[in-house]
Design a protein around this ligand. Sequence first.
Ligand code: NDP
Length: 484
Amino acid sequence: MEKHWIGGKYVRGAKGDLFTTVSPAHDTTIGNYALGSEQDVHTAVQSARTAFDSGPWPHMSGQERAQVLCATADLIHIHCEELARLETLESGKPITQAKAEMETAADLWRYAATLARHTVGEAYNSLGENKLGLVLREPAGVAGLITPWNFPLLIISQKLPFALAVGCTAVIKPSELTPGTTLKLAALAHEAGVPPGVINVVTGFGNPVGACIAEHEDIDVISFTGSTAVGRRVAAAAGRNLKRCSLELGGKNPHIIFADADLDAALDPVVFGVYFNMGECCNSGSRLLLQESIAEEFTARVLELARTVPVGDPLAEDTKVGAIINEPQLAKINEYVQSGKDLGARLRTGGRQIPTLNGRFFEPTVFDGVTPQMPIAKEEIFGPVLSILTFRTLDEAIQIANDTIYGLSAGLWTSNVDTAFEVSRRVRAGTIWINCFMEGHAELPFGGYRDSGLGRELGRFSTDEFTELKTVQLHIGEQRSSWL
Ligand code: NDP
């Protein structure tokens, strides 16, 4: 690729330097990309600014924008195989999962198209005789979108079509580990009719590209997905020039199984919930909270199933767990496993890198005997590691569930409707799954409490992040009052 996408075409970086991406599963080079500089960000922001301030996009009707978003969705669908293969090669995720993610991404573009036609405000006709108040929603301007490596096309599709739907333009920085599908998406959207300058992609590293976007004075809103640590830095940078900022950050999500649950039904979602995407998932159900009376039996069943999860070449159709993204991530997983062992948790299965000629693969891992204060119970590992804790009462389950800095999601299994709703009300998390886990729909908002983030993506409120409210007041007819 070797170029950024700016102003509706591929453009060389100002400095001409390149970086490469490597397949985490095969250790082969996948792509050469432009190593973005601050100068490249300025060029991209200028392009987005011009497209917003004097281009047609913000002034097109919702119907016209919706057509373009739907045409982009069609092209994502048509190019699904090619996009999925690139996603798998750069991220290490299983190919069947990557294909499903491309189709889900296409659906997000279609859903955003419906919102393009529903950017509505309010009218106040009861402010007094001769008075009318209008509350208008206007596009916020240029959006800076910064995304991570774990779901590259899916996460940009949780932001970009929603920004475009209301008439914003965008400057995007994908993760330097997985920029391929985001660049291709920009070209597909162009083919679908997005005017030049509306979408701009600058490839490169968090520093300087991400940092420059976060603090740029000509960007109006920021939407970031990634780690809580970097999210804090992005929010601080955005705060310096008071631009709005939404953040989707980490999670340490509790998956709570009560003794009265349908344990047969819960088993597969528990294993899926922690090993999906190699555990490199903010929604991962990495803390399993079992009611004491069923803990031994259910742990045995989880262990049995975890040992059957197919780990291997992500290009193979039957693989469920692919490769760990890179060496630092593998080292982080190993450190957490060591800390679990050192602090007295019982390693029941897994815990090691699988020896292979190429790439880096990690065994599906289960610890039990975990106590709430251990780092493997509280901190985001971002790997295929399940920590099992036990509880006696509903109060204790909720206390443990809430005992982290995070609040992204939580799952619970019970056949008692009172238990289901009491836990749903008292667990502080943005999403609660009752008798299911990690299901998602474009219609339903997604985001976190506490250190899991700020703001919500998806759902009909998602476009609020990308709009400003404007109040318009008018008098009708004769003016009846005067100041003097
Ligand atoms: P980061 O939070 O570092 O990366 C997310 C994005 O932010 C990337 O595009 C990154 O660029 C960019 N970035 C990095 N530094 C800055 C900065 N100062 N200003 C603006 N943007 C910046 O995540 P990592 O990839 O480093 O992963 C580390 C950990 O983060 C994981 O182990 C996991 O715990 C967590 N994580 C959580 C995710 C989630 O969905 N909640 C997603 C990914 C990671 P670059 O790629 O160049 O670093």
